[in-house]
Write a protein that binds this ligand. Structure first.
Ligand SMILES: CC(C)(COP(=O)(O)OP(=O)(O)OC[C@H]1O[C@@H](n2cnc3c(N)ncnc32)[C@H](O)[C@@H]1OP(=O)(O)O)[C@@H](O)C(=O)NCCC(=O)NCCS
Length: 169
């Protein structure tokens, strides 16, 4: 069984974010690598999120290594307030089921909040592992849509709109 722990994003997590968002391969389906300035801005945002939004460092292994990030945050989608979720795992830790397990833990946390009925994920149609994670965690495929990533960037990708009902058990 994969053992992961989610820790709230902290000051010391900037180097992890640099590896996650500054790398061309890691960001193939996320609009490409961000500049150091954009990453620092993102880090500051993660440290001061509103109470509707959550970002975690994923910790894994006997040495409690920082393997990636997972989060969920409020968005307005099709005139409804919902959660969006997203995940990134460093190459050295991929293929071990860490993203799947970490997302499972994030879903359980969102369920406990009783804030929104639906959680969406918008992986690129070409992102096979992310689409597999959505399918295996019980999300339903709603449709293919044009999704802007990062929000406000003007960069639109063809994505799958996956939706999970947080109330239905
Ligand atoms: C997407 C990502 C987070 C997956 O992380 P991971 O920890 O390797 O994922 P997991 O090990 O939990 O594997 C997820 C599932 O995808 C499956 N999978 C992996 N590669 C696959 C492929 N090419 N085709 C189909 N399924 C694939 C795995 O078999 C696994 O299913 P299983 O649990 O039944 O074995 C990681 O590849 C990543 O960070 N990519 C770059 C950033 C990114 O694109 N983030 C997602 C934005 S939506």
């Amino acid at each position: 069984m994969v053992n992961v722990q989610l820790l709230p994003w902290s000051e010391e997590d900037l180097p992890l974010l640099e590896k996650l968002m500054g790398d061309p391969e890691m960001t193939t389906y996320l609009g490409g690598p961000e500049t150091p300035e954009q990453i620092l801005k993102r880090h500051q945002r993660y440290l001061h999120l509103p109470e509707t939004d959550h970002m975690f460092k994923i910790v894994w292994g006997p040495e409690s290594e920082g393997a990636g990030s997972v989060g969920y945050w409020q968005i307005n989608w099709r005139d409804q307030l919902v959660y969006e979720t997203g995940w990134l795992i460093l190459p050295a830790y991929q293929g071990k089921g860490i993203a799947r397990k970490a997302t499972e833990v994030a879903i359980a946390s969102a369920r406990q909040e009783h804030r929104h009925q639906f959680m969406h994920a918008f992986p690129s149609v070409e992102n096979a592992p992310s689409n597999a994670i959505c399918r295996k965690l019980g999300f339903s495929l709603i449709e293919v849509c044009q999704f802007e990533y990062p929000h406000g960037s003007g960069n639109f990708m063809q994505c799958n709109d996956w939706r999970l009902d947080l109330i239905e058990k």
